[in-house]
Structures are given as structure tokens and as C-alpha cells.
Write a protein that binds this ligand. Structure first.
Ligand code: ATP
Ligand code: MG
Length: 469
């Protein structure tokens, strides 16, 4: 400020710092008396507003809004990371070490460097808070943390013992809503034809021979989102069990049992692994098993299940190509023997690409079926493939092994099955046209199984309504 000597400015700062400390202590004293406030973890705007209102009432407006915001951030949320957590546009929040700015991955803008810098102590404080909430221990002996926030966001953190440039924090924010099949088509992730094909093979005709399917792709390529979107095609009469490390899948189905692995609470504590959950789920008489991500021993259990008659299993796996997925499945630690591989019907490969406008798009780049083995190497048959020249996902071979098998098992002619896919394609197109939300999509698909004409009629009415708007 003009006219103030350095000393005066300093003492003014000290004074306001003192005031803030006094405010925070006052809020804390009162907040501690109210468990509903002191036990909250503020992770959304609504929660922030709610807690702020409650705190204001508690302190009877004797404390400034700034102090209340600061209190919420420091004590009930994640300090300087809080504003990023409340921002719905962000997918990921990254702290990369002392003195470095925080990076965020924005849904539209991609990677963004923010001006916010965290001190090492602040970062450690945040990491400890997340560890406490997740029931984990993190210290120089155990400097790695896999935790999560109450809203389902996943957190990985490391301490300076293993990241010499200082602690790191990576938060994958939980998306309050997962993209639907209609949205994925609008985003160019897949096409109506491909969606119609997947609809038929994931359902299996009238429940006969639903395909065992793997969604493959790199980190954050959108595998889980695609898997979730495809789940609307599972008939609602089925009993579904999903198995994940962190609950991410959200199915519309009523008869759905989500299972989640349990981490040990401390070094000597017990954990429940994905493999144990999968083995357990096989004793639950499921019609459909969905595994969030296969990466270890559970792969063998899954393939054993597929080889003993479990159909329509769906899973994701981290791999950059079909060939890589198969080779990962066959090597340590998954160890799926050769003889079991052909039980896998379909692989859907998804990638992150930069489009002509420089924007990030997630796209299904190839759909393959496992066809056979030549000279000890499994061969795949490409059914759909993205062509960068035409910028579309081209149909290469529709009637491969899966359609032939469906024909053989149901007694339907190949061309009848193709016609059915074509019919479903028009329905998918109409759903996209009408921009149906998740509930609508689920209803149309499920009605279609019971009464196709009724589904078409309902959709027609909805589409006309959407057009007249
Ligand atoms: N088709 C898509 N178009 C645009 N954004 C998408 C698409 N699919 C997913 N996303 C966004 O990308 C992020 C990562 O998606 P998702 O968790 O599905 O990826 P993943 O491949 O399963 O990641 P991981 O490797 O961590 O398991 C999410 O924020 C999600 O909203
Ligand atoms: Mg995933």
C-alpha cells in the first residue's frame, strides 16, 4: 500500500494473520461440538455451501467469510487442493513435488499448469489426512499410499523417501455421472453400427451365448467408462456381480451386487483380493460377472470361469493392443494357459487420440475376436477398425466367429442376425437423435427385449418430442 513503510506493512500483515488464527481457533472450538460438522469431508460445492451455512450460524456471524472458507479448506477438506476438488470440469489433480505448481487435467483443455504451489508440509498433511480416512498407514517405512476419498475419488501418494523431489499426490476425481452410450457416440468414441453390434453380442440372442468381452486400452483411455456404458445392454432379468478395487461402475440394474476389494488396515491386517472376491462370486450363482480391471491372479480365475460355462463376462485390461493383451494374459502374474484363451470372444481396444482440432478424443480404434492359433501365436480377426483417413470406425468383417457361433446355436440364419443388428442400429440412432438420458436408454433397451414394437413406438414418440423442442 502506498505510504506504508515496510515495517508498518509487516505489522499489518501480522495483525491479519493473528486475526485469522484467532478466527480459526474460535470456529474450531464450536465446530468440535457438532459432530455432523467436524466429521464431514467436504468434496463438493453443495457440501461446501451446506457446511459454510452451518458454521456461519454457529459463530453467529462474528467471523469473516474468508476465515470460514479457510477453515473448511484446511480442516474439513484438502487444503489448497480443495478448489480443484470442487471443480467438476477436472478429471485429475496432480502435485509433483516441492516447489512445483499443481497440474490439473481439464476435461476440455487437457493438462493445465496452475499457479498454485504447495509447501512440502502442506502436502504431507494432506497425504496423512487421506491415509487416515482410507484407514491406511503412510510413513517413511511405508511411503506409498493408495487411498480414496469419501466421494469415491482415487488417490495415489508418495513420500519423499521414494520421490526425492518431494511428496507427490495424484487424484483421479470420481465422476458424479458416467458417460452413456448415447454420449459416447456423440463424442465419437464409437459409432451407432458398432454400438448395435456390441448390443447384440453382449446380450447374446435371447440370452444365448453372450460374448466374453475385454475392453483394452492404456491408462485413462476410458475403459471403465465404456464398460459402464455397455452395461445397459445386459438384460435386467440377469443376476449381476461386479468386482472392483474401487467402486466405479454404476449399473441401472436392480439385481446387482457390487463387490469391492478390501485393503489391509495395517501391515499385519488381512486383505480381500480381487481373486478371492471372484472365487466367492462364482458361488453366488451369477448370470453375469464384471471385473473392473484384471491385472493379477484373478485373470486365471476369470478364464477358468469362462471355460466352465460362465458366459458374457466383461472386464477391462490395461494393454495397448489385442496382441499385447493376450500376451499379458498368458504371462506372469496372470498365467492364463493357452488352452483357456479361446473362451475369450471379443476385445474392444480404446485409445486417447488428438483430433484435427487438437482436441483430445477417446476412441474405440479396433474390435477384434480371437480367431485361432497359428505357429503358437493367437490370431485375431478385426471386425471394426478406426480409419484415420475417413475418420470413422469402419466395419471390416461382421460375420466372423461370434456371429457364426450365434447362428449355429440359435438356428438363425446369418443374414437374419445381420438384419437384427441393422434394426438395433436404427434404434441406437434414434436414441442419439433424441439425446436420451441414461434412464431412457435403459428403458428402451430393456423394453426391446420384451416387446420390440413397443420399444420402437416409445422411442418414436420420444424422438418426435425431442425434435419439436
Ligand atoms: N469416451 C470418452 N470421451 C471423453 N471422456 C471420457 C471418455 N471416456 C472416459 N472419459 C473420461 O476420462 C477419464 C478416465 O476414464 P476411465 O476411468 O473410464 O478410464 P480408464 O481407462 O478406465 O482409466 P484407468 O486406466 O485409470 O482405469 C474420466 O474422467 C472420464 O470421465
Ligand atoms: Mg478403469
Amino acid at each position: 500500500m502506498e505510504g506504508l513503510s515496510a515495517g508498518e506493512a509487516g505489522s499489518k500483515e501480522d495483525l491479519s494473520a493473528l486475526q485469522i488464527r484467532y478466527d480459526l481457533e474460535k470456529i474450531d472450538r464450536l465446530a468440535k461440538l457438532d459432530k455432523s460438522i467436524s466429521n464431514t469431508f467436504v468434496l463438493s460445492r453443495e457440501e461446501h455451501e451446506k457446511v459454510k451455512k452451518a458454521l456461519k450460524a454457529l459463530v453467529k456471524n462474528t467471523v469473516s467469510d474468508e476465515s470460514i472458507d479457510l477453515y473448511i479448506n484446511e480442516r474439513l477438506a484438502l487444503g489448497k487442493l480443495t478448489p480443484f476438488l470442487l471443480n467438476e470440469e477436472l478429471e485429475e489433480i496432480m502435485y509433483i513435488g516441492r516447489g512445483a505448481p499443481i497440474y490439473v487435467f481439464d476435461r476440455k483443455k487437457g493438462m493445465v499448469k496452475t499457479p498454485v504451489v504447495l509447501e512440502e508440509e502442506e502436502a504431507v498433511e494432506i497425504i496423512k489426512r487421506i491415509a487416515r480416512y482410507s484407514g491406511r498407514v503412510v510413513n517413511s517405512e511405508y511411503p506409498l499410499l493408495d487411498g480414496r476419498l469419501p466421494d469415491g475419488s482415487r488417490v495415489n501418494a508418495t513420500l519423499a523417501d521414494v520421490t526425492p523431489r518431494g511428496p507427490t499426490i495424484t487424484i483421479r476425481k470420481f465422476q458424479t455421472r458416467s458417460l452413456t452410450i448415447v454420449e459416447l457416440i456423440k463424442l465419437g468414441t464409437l459409432t451407432s453400427s458398432l454400438a448395435a453390434f456390441l448390443w447384440l453380442v453382449i446380450e447374446g440372442i435371447g440370452g444365448i451365448k453372450p460374448a466374453n468381452t475385454l475392453i483394452i486400452g492404456g491408462t485413462a483411455s476410458g475403459k471403465t467408462t465404456t464398460l459402464n456404458a455397455l452395461s445397459v445392454f445386459i438384460p435386467r432379468r440377469e443376476r449381476i456381480v461386479t468386482i472392483e478395487d474401487t467402486l466405479e461402475l454404476r449399473l441401472m440394474h436392480e439385481h446387482w451386487i457390487p463387490m469391492e476389494t478390501k485393503l489391509p488396515q495395517h501391515e499385519s491386517g488381512s486383505e480381500v483380493t480381487m481373486d478371492e472376491l471372484l472365487k466367492n462370486s462364482l458361488r453366488m450363482r451369477p448370470d453375469r460377472i464384471i471385473v473392473g480391471e484384471v491385472r493379477g491372479k484373478e485373470a486365471l480365475t476369470l478364464f477358468t470361469a469362462m471355460n466352465t460355462g460362465h458366459e458374457g463376462t466383461l472386464a477391462t485390461i490395461h494393454a495397448n493392443s489385442g496382441r499385447e493383451a493376450l500376451s499379458r494374459l498368458q504371462s506372469h502374474p496372470m498365467n492364463v494357459p493357452d488352452i483357456m484363451i479361446p473362451a475369450l470372444d471379443l476385445m474392444v481396444a480404446q485409445n486417447r487420440q488428438i483430433n484435427e482440432e487438437g482436441k483430445l478424443v477417446r476412441r474405440v480404434t479396433e474390435v477384434m475376436e480371437v480367431s485361432g492359433k497359428e505357429a503358437d501365436v493367437f490370431q485375431t480377426n478385426t471386425l471394426f477398425k478406426y480409419d484415420p483417413k475417413t475418420k470413422t470406425i469402419e466395419e471390416k468383417v461382421l460375420n466372423g466367429r461370434i456371429i457364426h457361433e450365434l447362428s449355429r446355436l440359435t438356428g438363425r440364419k446369418i443374414n437374419e442376425i445381420d438384419e437384427e443388428i441393422e434394426r438395433r442400429k436404427t434404434i441406437v440412432e434414434a436414441m442419439v437423435e433424441a439425446e436420451l438420458p441414461l434412464g431412457g436408454i435403459y428403458n428402451i433397451v430393456q423394453t426391446y427385449y420384451e416387446d420390440p414394437d413397443k420399444a420402437v413406438d416409445t422411442l418414436h414418440t420420444l424422438a418426435t418430442k425431442a425434435k419439436s423442442k
